[in-house]
Design a binder for this molecule. Structure first.
Ligand code: F6R
Length: 609
């Protein structure tokens, strides 16, 4: 969703801001803008559109200056157009502000300001901040920022430049993430580490209700009462610096191909190969705690929710704990019964998803135990929970999640194995999984190599389809849902995933020659039943793409296309099975000429409910 970049230093701000906006683009946006102070005048340029079209229209001579802020907007309040794009300003244009998040008492504050004679130009909630800050921001920026924190409800990350202070950015944070990037004789502000790439060696994470005064040689952080707070610097780690596509046409392709390596690192980081068990000594949940847990609720959205479906399956099957996957945005509506014998596990790539964060807050209020499986441990959710399992997928830039999904599956499986050991339920299935975990990276590598040619043939057949069906059973029901989500979000083909047993209860009515079905029949006791479902589709003239274990001699007899994957135990298969479905979605989207890394209407990080 929206992104913030700010720069104050000795270089020209505009190129830094444009580069920052480019790096933030993956989050999804519909308009962008910059404000630059040249020491005398504060100038704003903004409009609807992509940065590649906008930046050439921004004149470096007019927008000269070493202090500035930039923004990518994903419209919530008001249409995506020039007026509503950020930066927003007050009537006299002395303040420019960029904002991520939502001002909840926007209407009340607007009314109050209008009564005091302010005329609003935009439909945005952001403009309220500009008018409020304009009152005192010149004389006393800390007092002005404190007033905002007092009067404004909701969650927001804000960066202001005031005409009277060309050497300074004022940043304010409540809820939405905001980082200060520390460079050499320059400092930056950003909503996302990625926007700081190449310029900051260390970052300061602004805490909730904190204010930062950022200048080229100095950074000061204050709390809501105006007292100075210790500035805690964290070096930017090597793996957090990745920014390029490494020769791939899209980030999504790069991230799909990174999966073998990421899986290897994840498994080897957590497995004690000598004793054959998963190590989670860093978590506050130890053996006695696992024994006390009576239920696990896994909460997440989208792809991460699909990982929760799998995780609930693994926890229940291996550790014998009742476990359920719940969409985070539906969690509070059911008023879940929670106490300290319930473990709530939030699963999130970004660690910033608003709905998932709210579900965690509910769990904390009700005194449930909390863990999170995250790709960004230093994130809003990471800060809330008792313990974090870092999936170590590395930065994921493509909007469609790929390597984070397989990172979530493996993390949850390792957690389930550790829980099984703690609860004394480790059985032959668990031992077989532990022994086979090492095979996953190579199985993904082989799958990528072997399915490439078949996928090209499948794409030729399906790329004009209007609808698709994905079917799987057991833990691969989650794979079916995830495969369908990948297809719909990047290729815009309507695709639905179902546990295959549901087919006869409705979806079969849709099957016909023009609705391809992708079926997953690689493993376990479900293979035969899956082949039965495939026959039912074929009997109704449907085209079938079948994921089958290498060497399955029946597969080519029942399906139009076979995507072969190495044979693995049923709970490991989903980690590999999803990979050809990612490639299928990717190649189909490419054939259809879609904007793969930034699909329409989607944001990488959904920070509003
Ligand atoms: C789909 C996708 C989304 C996210 C969802 C949750 O490819 O990426 O469905 O999974 O928005 O995001 P995180 O994992 O950041 O909480």
């Amino acid at each position: 969703m929206c992104g913030i970049i700010g720069y104050v230093g000795r270089s020209q701000a505009l190129p830094v801001l444009v580069q920052g906006i480019r790096l933030l683009s993956y989050r999804g946006y519909d308009s962008a803008g910059v404000a630059v102070h040249d020491g005398t005048t504060l100038r704003i340029e903004k409009d609807r559109g992509r940065i590649s079209d906008l930046a050439p229209r921004w004149d470096p001579a007019t927008l000269a200056g070493s202090t500035g802020i930039g923004h990518t907007r994903w419209a919530t309040h008001g249409a995506p157009n020039r007026v509503n794009a950020h930066p927003q300003s007050d009537a006299a244009n002395v303040v420019a502000v960029v904002h991520n998040g939502i001002l909840e008492n926007d209407l009340a504050l607007r009314e109050e300001l209008e009564k005091a004679g302010v005329t609003f130009r935009s439909d945005t909630d952001t403009e309220v901040f500009a008018h409020l800050f304009a009152r005192d921001g010149g004389k006393d920026p800390v007092a002005a920022a404190r007033e905002l924190l007092d009067r404004c409800h909701g969650h927001f990350a804000l960066a202001f430049v005031h005409a009277d202070h060309p050497e300074r950015i004022v940043a304010v944070r409540r809820g939405s993430p905001l980082l200060l990037g520390l460079g050499v004789r320059e400092n930056l502000v950003a909503s996302d580490l990625r926007a700081l790439a190449g310029r900051a060696d260390a970052v300061v994470e602004l805490g909730d209700d904190q204010i930062a005064i950022v200048e080229a040689d100095d950074v000061r952080v204050l709390d809501k009462s105006g007292s100075d707070v210790e500035v805690v610097r964290r070096p930017v780690e090597e793996h957090e610096r990745e920014t390029d596509k490494a020769g791939f046409a899209h980030f999504m392709a790069k991230e799909i191909h990174e999966q073998p390596e990421r899986q290897y690192e994840l498994v080897h980081g957590r497995m004690d190969t000598v004793r054959g068990h998963a190590r989670f000594d860093d978590l506050p949940l130890q053996a006695a705690d696992w024994k006390r847990i009576e239920r696990v609720d896994l909460v997440a959205c989208g792809t991460a929710y699909h990982a929760c479906l799998y995780g609930a399956y693994a926890l229940e099957r291996l550790a014998r704990i009742p476990a359920r996957a719940l969409m985070a945005h539906e969690y509070d509506a059911r008023q879940p019964r929670l106490d300290d014998r319930t473990l709530v596990i939030a699963v999130s790539q970004s660690g910033e998803t608003a709905d998932t964060k709210v579900a965690v807050e509910l769990a904390l209020r009700e005194k449930a135990r909390t863990l999170a499986v995250l790709n960004v441990p230093h994130s809003a959710i990471g800060r809330l929970v008792e313990g974090v399992v870092d999936m170590h997928a590395g930065p994921e830039v493509g909007v469609a999640s790929t390597k984070a999904y397989t990172g979530m599956l493996t993390s949850l499986l390792l957690l389930a194995l550790a829980a099984a050991e703690a609860r004394g339920t480790t059985n032959d299935e668990a031992r077989e999984l532990i022994a086979a975990l090492d095979a996953v990276p190579d199985a993904i590598r082989r799958t990528l190599a072997r399915t490439e040619g078949v996928v090209a043939d499948v794409v030729r057949e399906i790329y004009r389809a209007g609808n698709m069906l994905y079917l799987g059973r057991g833990p691969d029901a989650a794979t079916a849902l995830e495969g369908a989500l990948k297809m719909k979000e990047i290729s815009y083909i309507h695709a639905e995933g179902y546990p295959a047993g549901e087919m006869k209860h409705g979806p079969i009515a849709l099957v016909s020659f023009d609705m391809p079905t992708v079926a997953i029949a690689t493993a376990g006791p479900w293979r035969d039943r899956m082949l039965g479902n495939v026959r039912e589709v074929k009997a109704r003239d449907g085209l079938v793409v079948l994921l089958a274990a290498e060497g399955d001699v029946d597969a080519p007899k029942v399906a139009d296309f076979v995507l072969p994957v190495p044979s693995l135990p049923p709970l490991l298969a989903p980690i590999v099975n999803v990979v050809p479905l990612q490639v299928l979605a990717y190649e189909t989207a490419k054939r259809r000429g879609c904007d793969i890394d930034q699909p329409r209407n989607l944001a990488k990080t959904v920070t509003v409910q």
